[in-house]
Write a protein that binds this ligand. Structure first.
Ligand SMILES: *Cc1c(COP(=O)(O)O)cnc(C)c1O
Length: 296
């Protein structure tokens, strides 16, 4: 079996001693899911692997997905395609980017063999509408491609993330994860044991995420699954915004614990957990497991 598809051993779970948690009687564990696969880190591998299997089993000639110019999901899909020997097409938001030099993120996609197809913001916004999608596939010469939604969160992806929850059964009273689309939280919560609670920290400001997670869970599991809540208010101004105080916090966490802290998601998660612990949100005796979903 191709290495990108092979089941992986459970990612490491390590305890760190951090006085900001310890003084409140909270144990902090880090689920190092950034180490789950050497080339496809963390939740991106969890979400992609079942889709890659479906694409290969269905004899599809290519994978096609969507993202902005800095999308981790586009990068992971490009890397997965290279590992599998399956061509990939990335539909990228912003036709004005077509004539410009590629940024580092898109350059890495291209280096992994991804064919980039730039589309207008209007088409991008409407990409889930059947006629718009059909036209985009046609324009990208990828009519037979296996289509993965933006952010990679479909029903198969949630089942992949449910495995992450199952690995964490009994490993913490509260299991916390950063949320973009919420697909990882939605799957993770479904895999935890009864009595464990999943806590999501949205990195986008907005407040629509709860409804999206409910509809993702309905599509994947037929209804609400597991015990989960969201901790809002830690987006630091919105997606990919990294104010200096957050960057300093992340650098300090790196030097305390030797963990490379990815800034867009993981830094916001760790900040939120530290703030919640310091304000006494977690009962004394709580074991808190932070899922490290990616690396810088
Ligand atoms: C993509 C990503 C997430 C968000 O995952 P969702 O399933 O979209 O909520 C979290 N952490 C990292 C490091 C990511 O790259």
């Amino acid at each position: 079996m191709n290495d990108a598809l092979r089941p992986r051993p459970a990612s490491p779970l390590v305890e760190v001693v951090d006085e900001r948690f310890a003084v409140h009687g909270v144990r902090l564990l880090l689920k190092r899911d950034d180490l789950v696969h050497p080339q496809l880190p963390g939740n991106k591998w969890r979400k992609l692997a079942p889709n890659l299997r479906a694409a290969v089993d269905g004899g599809r000639p290519a994978l096609l997905t969507f993202g902005g110019a800095y999308s981790n999901h586009l990068r992971a899909t490009a890397a997965a395609g290279r590992l599998l020997g399956l061509p990939t097409v990335g539909v990228v938001r912003g036709e004005e980017l077509a004539g410009r030099p590629l940024n580092d993120s898109l350059a890495r996609c291209a280096a992994d063999g991804m064919r980039l197809h730039f589309v207008s913001r209007q088409d991008y916004r409407r990409k889930a509408e059947p006629e718009v999608l059909a036209r985009l596939l046609d324009e990208a010469a990828a009519a037979e491609a296996y289509v993965i939604p933006e952010g990679g969160s479909n029903a198969l992806a949630l089942r992949g993330c449910r495995e992450l929850g199952r690995e964490l059964r009994g490993m913490g009273d509260v299991v916390a994860v950063a949320c973009g689309t919420g697909g990882t939280l939605a799957g993770l919560a479904a895999g935890l044991a009864p009595g464990q609670r999943a806590l999501g920290v949205p990195v986008l400001a907005g407040g629509f995420l709860g409804a999206e997670i409910r509809s993702l869970q309905a599509a994947a599991f037929g209804g609400r699954a597991g015990d989960w809540t969201l901790a809002e208010g830690f987006a630091h101004g919105g997606y990919a915004r990294v104010p200096a105080e957050l960057d300093d916090f992340a650098a300090d966490f790196e030097s305390r614990h030797g963990l490379p802290v990815e800034r867009i998601y993981v830094a916001k998660l760790l900040w939120a957990l530290t703030a919640l612990a310091e304000s006494g949100t977690f009962a004394r005796g709580t074991t808190l497991t932070a899922v490290i979903t990616g690396r810088p």
